[in-house]
Design a protein around this ligand. Structure first.
Ligand code: SAM
Length: 272
């Protein structure tokens, strides 16, 4: 699949698992292929329709042949073709191959990836910055929570997992289409925060971090969340205006990253 539109307004019925267009979509499960094409897969009729309504042109639409004649699918297909995209009416085995799932969703969309400019991070509102997040389920859950809370965006700092991996996209439940995502280094993040006068609140498990209910969360604000194994880097800890800790009463060493991010976001919102 080339990164440009393959054919203007193409429609095809596909039953062969060996069809090159099927192989092209399936290849988007690989990070290298996503990086090369800047495309990604999202599943589900509602999600694909919502994405299109929210201004994300559908690059390729694949739907189960059993939906042929459905007016809602007809409208999606017409919109895809009008935008120069490709529409594939496919058999159940082809959908299973594309999604690598038994009982797959009956609609799959391919979209072009988007990242917000680094300079947007910390400009206003509340951003969450994830330091080297590794788990796509955590990342997707955090993007979904950021969407629900109406945050300005999610910044991916350093070597993070891919927000456009299918597992991450699934976990966002559609929020990947609503929340600005930015990628930047820790030095660039700190520079952006300083330039915008944004407060950096870092989360840390050290004993002298203050109780998270006592921090100053006035925006512009960036909440810094650490890597699942190693926590926050020394550079980001040192750059933080405040280091905070969510008290734990039991014997667990730490909270899950997505859970602690949710707690931090909603605590910060109490001040806004
Ligand atoms: N072994 C790591 C450490 O010592 O930092 C544990 C990292 S924890 C699983 C991953 C991230 O979740 C942390 O860097 C922090 O951002 C957040 N986190 C987890 N528990 C937290 C807590 N009690 N208070 C504040 N943040 C927490």
């Amino acid at each position: 699949m080339s990164s440009g539109r393959p054919r203007v307004g193409t429609f095809k019925k596909v039953t062969s698992l060996a069809n090159p267009l099927v192989k092209d979509i399936r290849a988007l499960h690989q990070k290298k292929r996503r990086d090369d094409t800047r495309l990604f897969i999202a599943e589900g009729q509602k999600l694909v329709r919502d994405a299109a309504e929210f201004g994300w042109p559908i690059h390729t639409l694949a739907y189960a042949a059993t939906l042929a004649g459905d007016p809602a699918i007809g409208a999606l297909a017409a919109e895809t073709k009008a935008g120069g995209g490709t529409v594939l009416e496919v058999s159940a085995p082809v959908l299973e191959k594309i999604t690598r799932r038994d009982n797959p969703q009956s609609v799959v969309g391919v979209f072009r990836q988007r990242f917000a400019p680094e300079t947007d991070v910390g400009r206003d509102g509340i951003w969450v910055a994830l330091d080297r997040v590794r788990d796509p389920g955590n990342l997707g859950t955090i993007v979904r929570t950021a969407d629900a809370a109406g945050l300005a965006g999610v910044a991916l700092v350093g070597a993070c997992c891919d927000p456009f991996a299918l597992e991450a996209v699934r976990a966002t439940m559609g929020s990947v289409f609503h929340v600005p995502l930015a990628q930047l280094s820790e030095d660039t993040l700190v520079a952006a925060a300083r330039r915008h006068g944004a407060r950096l609140v870092g989360t840390h498990l050290i004993a002298d971090a203050i109780d998270y209910r006592k921090a100053d969360y006035r925006p512009p604000l960036i909440l810094l969340m650490g890597n699942e194994q190693q926590g926050l880097t020394d550079t980001l800890s040192a750059a933080s205006d405040q280091l905070v800790r969510i008290p734990m009463r039991g014997k667990a060493d730490s909270l899950n990253l997505a859970v602690s991010t949710g707690l931090m976001i909603y605590e910060a919102l109490r001040e806004c």
